[in-house]
Design a protein around this ligand. Structure first.
Ligand SMILES: [Zn+2]
Length: 245
């Protein structure tokens, strides 16, 4: 009998396998992204039925074999019921999970992205800032954790940290007034630059702690969307659902 180990994490996605089984992708504290097979869990009376659903936070007991990891039992710590309140919340939380799945790897330390998901869900619960803004903050932050952070404190060409007035999406950062003289990039309002810098540097527990004037918010969202689209050549299925909201 192989040994059991405990992992803790959020179920990002669930796929049916065969007649009765499910394959889960879990973002764990201990082992990064982890694929786990839950045998029998599609049978409604099976003990794993209720704890093998997307977007719940559990402690899992798993067993590794040569090729696969199997789920033995799970204890749910948080069902995040508020994420399933309405269609908008369902679509947004599915999108955040899909993006997290895309950016994380097996066997790596992915606690930053796990914690980012937690604070993002918490922000969705509090409803202090709009979901569209939460989305762009999340995208900017996850790019940073994945190693594609926007360079917003220095000029991406010369390293100058003053007079950062334009952004070059292709080069991944701000341009100073000298380097921007050739007209490259897009102009960035100082308030928007401040928001970009704030999101890039603030501790996670303060990430969703600000509100913005509508014009600044729209500009920030536009810039992050453009940056994300250029640097992530992947079509997220759940993003299509967000587009029709
Ligand atoms: Zn420069």
């Amino acid at each position: 009998m192989s040994e059991q180990t405990k992992v803790t994490g959020i179920i990002l996605s669930v796929y049916p396998v065969g007649e009765n089984d499910r394959r889960l992708t879990i973002l764990t504290k201990e082992r990064g992204k982890l694929q786990v097979f839950a045998r029998g869990s599609r049978r409604p009376k099976h003990p794993l039925f209720g704890v093998t659903q997307p977007l719940i936070y559990c402690e899992f007991m798993v067993t590794d074999t040569r090729n696969y990891t199997y789920l033995n039992s799970a204890e749910c710590k948080d069902y995040f019921h508020f994420l399933k309140d309405n269609l908008e919340d369902i679509y947004y939380s599915s999108y955040f999970a899909e993006v997290a799945e895309y950016f994380t790897m097996e066997g790596q330390d992915e606690r930053n992205i796990l914690n980012l998901l937690f604070v993002t869900f918490l922000a969705m619960k509090k409803k202090l800032i709009p979901l569209s803004l939460i989305r762009r903050i999340y995208e900017l932050k996850i790019l940073q954790f994945a190693g594609f952070g926007l360079q917003c404190f220095q000029c991406v060409h010369c390293g100058n940290d003053e007079k950062l007035i334009r952004i070059s999406f292709e080069d991944g950062g701000m341009l100073c007034s000298t380097c921007a003289a050739k007209g490259q990039g897009r102009e960035v309002d100082p308030s928007v630059l401040y928001v970009l810098q704030f999101v890039s540097s603030v501790p996670l527990n303060q990430l969703y702690s600000f509100a913005l004037k509508e014009t600044i918010e729209k500009e920030f969202e536009w810039i992050v969307n453009r940056y994300f689209t250029i640097h992530v050549e992947h079509k997220f299925k759940s993003a299509e659902m967000l587009a029709i909201l």
